[in-house]
Design a binder for this molecule. Sequence first.
Ligand code: CDP
Length: 204
Amino acid sequence: MVFTVAIDGPAAAGKGTISRAVAAHFGFAHLDTGLIYRATGRRVLDGDTPEQAARALKPADLEADGLRTPEVAQAASRVAAIPEVRAALVEFQRDFARREGGAVLDGRDIGTVICPNAEVKLFVTASDEVRADRRYRELVEGGHDVTPDGVLADLRARDARDSGREAAPMTAAADALLLDTSDMSIDAAVEAAVAAVAARLAQG
Ligand code: CDP
């Protein structure tokens, strides 16, 4: 069976947690496409040109340590605005999406550009403050030296760049189900996402 779940949304909205839970629930494969851009950004910080970095990317690069730092997040967002970089990464994502057994992809442009025919599309959001608070806690837990205001400013800068760029800007697909997780527990958000996928699977 080929079945694609596209989950998009801004930074730290809960896409990752929801995607992993949906994939585990249905036994689908999961691809965090943000990691692809983070790994590309990492290579650029290490001296590659953005295009070289995107072309040379290997699946093992997604397992590298240190991809979750604020510095790499900003580098990812900068390389992600370059059309040649995005073009070099399309095929890998589409192949993953149409693999046998079902796939969940989360990112910014999955429902709009990578998989416009995905069987299920979700756009996950939350207020800036709630997202910054979640990301701040994650980063502190990971041992990073950050401040709440710094995290909020970083996140807003990245969202502005991601939604303002010309190449595949972050936006909800017209047929995406909107999930605002500002006042939702993560369990409730996962439950809503699982219900949407189950309803679509039941249609055959
Ligand atoms: O985890 P978080 O939501 O903060 O970010 P991410 O999903 O790891 O994505 C990092 C950056 O990669 C984003 O700010 C985007 O600039 C870029 N990205 C993208 O352009 N398209 C995607 N499909 C996924 C990520």
